[in-house]
Ligand binder design. Structure first.
Ligand code: GUN
Length: 288
């Protein structure tokens, strides 16, 4: 079997086109368009690239982007004061504080200071709790996007066994909640799991979110399984330049799986698209 390749780039583009139409309808009705505030503290190169993409894609679909770039020496009190201002600013629907933050700032404290109604990352404990209890939550962007890719395959999910490799708060745990909400039987595997290949081979849906290149090989995959690769790892390429690979050995797994996401072009493009979707959802919820 050769797996069907799930085209995250195309699915993200389709999602953004739908969001742009929603924003255009809001503007045409003479209403205030959604606004997303992105806060970057310091000069982490990867964060600068991510924030640049977020700002560009926000404006491309017609939403307002408000950027706050603060120096690395910014204090926790200064950042908390900015978050407090954004919380009460009626023109701001979403607040994203780019992680990681400088060591002197307690990231948990900052996340907990964000108004849960504007927490478009879905990291605030109120949203985490609502997701776990089946309430109306803002859902973390990467698992939200990964779930959309799972659904794009068109397989009925109820009763399927989903194995998620990785237990992070940003991906593994919320992904488990989303799959559970679709009536999957969910197992979370991690670095202490015994006989990972055998466990993974029981998965109808296998999600890899660890950050280790080629952790998942053909021996980990049940024939026909849906394989979602959340890993983004930079490794040296044959030509001396670095290239991006996932946590899945794509070439090996492709001949076993039923459907598989590539890296790049799989889950990656979905994350920002879902951030924009969360911002529109937050805008809609705040308008009532
Ligand atoms: N840094 C890397 N990924 C993310 C993300 O999804 N949200 C935020 N706020 N920071 C990040």
């Amino acid at each position: 079997m050769t797996a069907r390749i799930i085209d995250g780039k195309a699915i993200a583009a389709e999602l953004r086109a739908g969001l742009a139409a929603r924003v255009a309808a809001i503007a045409a009705a003479g209403e205030r368009v959604p606004g997303l505030a992105v806060v970057l503290v310091g000069e982490d190169p990867a964060s600068q690239v991510y924030v640049g993409s977020k700002v560009r894609q926000t404006t491309e679909i017609g939403m307002r982007s408000i950027e706050h770039r603060l120096p690395a020496e910014t204090t926790e009190a200064e950042l908390l004061a900015l978050v407090a201002r954004l919380n009460t600013d009626p023109e701001i629907d979403g607040i994203l504080v780019q992680l990681p933050l400088p060591k002197a700032i307690n990231a948990d404290k900052v996340i907990e200071a964000i108004d849960p109604a504007k927490d478009v990352d879905g990291f605030h404990p109120v949203n985490v709790g609502r997701l776990a209890t089946g309430g109306r939550a803002l859902v973390p962007c990467t698992p939200r996007g990964a779930m959309r890719l799972v659904k794009s395959v068109g397989t009925a999910l109820s009763g399927l066994h989903a194995v998620i490799v990785g237990r992070s708060n940003i991906v593994g745990k919320p992904m488990a909640q989303l799959l559970l909400a679709e009536d999957c039987t969910v197992t979370i595997a991690h670095s202490r799991t015994r006989d990972l290949p055998a466990l993974c081979r029981t998965a109808d849906i296998l999600v890899a979110a660890v950050g280790r290149p080629a952790l998942i090989g053909a021996a980990h995959v049940k024939p026909g399984a849906i394989v979602i690769d959340v890993g983004i790892n930079r490794v040296p390429g044959a030509d001396g330049r670095s290239r991006l690979v996932g946590d899945v050995d794509f070439a090996a797994v492709r001949s076993v799986a039923g459907a598989i996401t590539p890296v790049p072009g799989g889950v990656g493009p979905m994350t920002i698209a879902c951030l924009l979707e969360n911002t529109l959802d937050a805008h809609a919820a705040r308008r009532g």
